[in-house]
Design a protein around this ligand. Sequence first.
Ligand code: FES
Ligand code: FES
Length: 168
Amino acid sequence: MTAIEPSDTVRLTVNGAPAEVNAAPHDRLVDMLRGPLGLTGAAIGCDTAVCGACTVLLDGCAVKSCTVLALQANDTDVVTVEGLATPDSLNTLQDAFLRHGAVQCGYCTAGMLVAGVDLLNRHGASLDEATIRNGISGNLCRCTGYRSIVSAIAEAAAALAAEDGRAR
Ligand code: FES
Ligand code: FES
């Protein structure tokens, strides 16, 4: 029988930078991000894969980081809400959230932004309202600001469409 190691080293890329963290077999990705990596944007809301507050991109796909073991993130590329903006500017979706007042208490916001980026990456300028509503159905906003959040994601998709038009 193989002995369970008390901890192991996780090597991954986080927001574009290499990182190396010791993790125990039961540590979750969200704990590793919020603890040793100091990235507290991904919030813990439910701990049961319901609320989506802990959503991050793992190898480009939105995942609920409370459902991923830290060791499973070895050799992956993780992007958290902290990685969406540059020091000088917000990204298009963050700008749209501000313009639409899509933030109230802010608890869901990191997860909503990451879920929105995932939708924009997958659907680009063709992202429509039904797809947005379906795409964020795993992210709960206790302040119930869904209308503004959907409008902000739709506006970011429209901005992408306008950029595509200019590029042609
Ligand atoms: S804390 Fe992960 S889904 Fe709620
Ligand atoms: S803004 Fe408060 S939970 Fe969404």
